[in-house]
Design a protein around this ligand. Sequence first.
Ligand code: ADP
Ligand code: MG
Length: 492
Amino acid sequence: MSVDENTPVLRGCIKLPLNKEELIEVTAKAKDYAIMHGAAMRSKTSFSPDSLNFAPFVLVPSSFPRKEFEKAIVLQPIINRLMHNVAHDEEFITTTLAETIKVDEFTANLFNIYRKVLALGFTQAYSVGLLRSDYLAHVYEGCAIKQVEINTIASSFGGIATHLVPLQNFVLRELGHAEKLQRMPKNEALAGLCDGMVKAWNIYAKPESVILFIIEDISYNICDQRFHEFYIRETYPHIKVLRRTLTEVHNEGKLGQSKELLLSGNTEVAVIYFRAGYEPGHYPTQGEWDARYLMETSLAIKCPSIQYHLAGTKKVQQALAQPAVLERFINDPEEMKAVGKIFTGLYSMDDNEVGNANYEMAMRTPEKFVLKPQREGGGNNVYGLDIPDALKRMSRVERSAWILMDLIHPPLSQGYMIRPGSDVPPQIVDMVSELGIFGVVIGDADHIIHNYQAGHMLRTKLSTANEGGVAAGLGALDSPYLIDSDDEDGYY
Ligand code: ADP
Ligand code: MG
């Protein structure tokens, strides 16, 4: 993505560049600190289950406007409730996704499970939302945060993010800047998310039952997942954790007399935590879809249940950004206003009058937009000037699988991005940070019984990259250094 050359640069945490010798030394220490404290991943290029690389990280924490960070924190319980209400609104989900599922096979498959479960009646009334709401600050509105998306399935990095604050604290202390630590907010994402699963386990209330993690065939982001598992095992040693792929659940899973999910003989599953199942590749055969369906019809408490998964689709996000729609889910006018402000323009591409007008707008001024399909996991969007060609290749009906969104213009920050195999010493690069706030919400259709904000993560990418998937290549883990606006220069 070409960044406007006038994009402002946020005031940094410390003065850069660092002196070369100091930089080389602290980088080497930080890499080892990262590996030794689990800020790590499996290598994609030379995968081995016996070894780890450090996860890409930013050496010194990137700046983020304090006021906006605090706003996101305060909003999270409201967003949790919003998503919970959306997930339980059958009529809304059905009408919102009606056009999308005509052309998007993956969403249609999820929706079919939903429809079948609805017809049978939900065996388990409770759902757990382990959400992550992602934001970019928008320079044209005084760095006000704008929501990029909301994740309702496999919201990751809560584990590693928790360990990244100590890593960057260590670096700052090594560099003689211990006084900077006070501007780095505490992060208890791991405990917050795991405690959510344990609360669900308590609701299920069977002492012998276990928590099941649904995983991919190969887990590159293994540390993040293991942190969750180990935290649960260490903090609540009486609760066992199992890890299974969808294929394994298909092969060994069955339902008991009261529709309990039983694995490996007769181990009863209380809670299912999906770290896979959010993209088509996770369902290579009908067997994996059958496994998902089996789990949905079971008594186990799902994070997320199918209705929560559907509530997290981009199409639902687009529908929610219309004030009249938001009103349906949030009663308090102040809350509605606050949530409305974090939405940027989101536009339907459905084959109707409104959708066709939006199509014309995208063709006329593509540089203002990003085009998104109903996919998760990064690398699927189409940006700016690439949009017209992409749209021209689609039929009118195919377009309705996509949504259009205003491009958010985040401020830059400058720093050192450390990646396995990258140059030593690292160069200073221009970067952009995306803030994720975790939330936990547990309840049934009528009541919410737990609702809290559960920590944060910061993912930083090169400013030249459209997307910053950490595992994918151009992103790095980070944590926020909170800066206040001064009267003259704002945050710059
Ligand atoms: P995914 O489900 O693949 O994570 P996202 O909606 O989060 O999809 O988009 C992926 C990435 O694309 C984001 O992390 C962000 O870097 C970039 N992006 C998405 N929407 C916008 C936007 N409206 N403006 C600027 N960048 C965006
Ligand atoms: Mg995303």
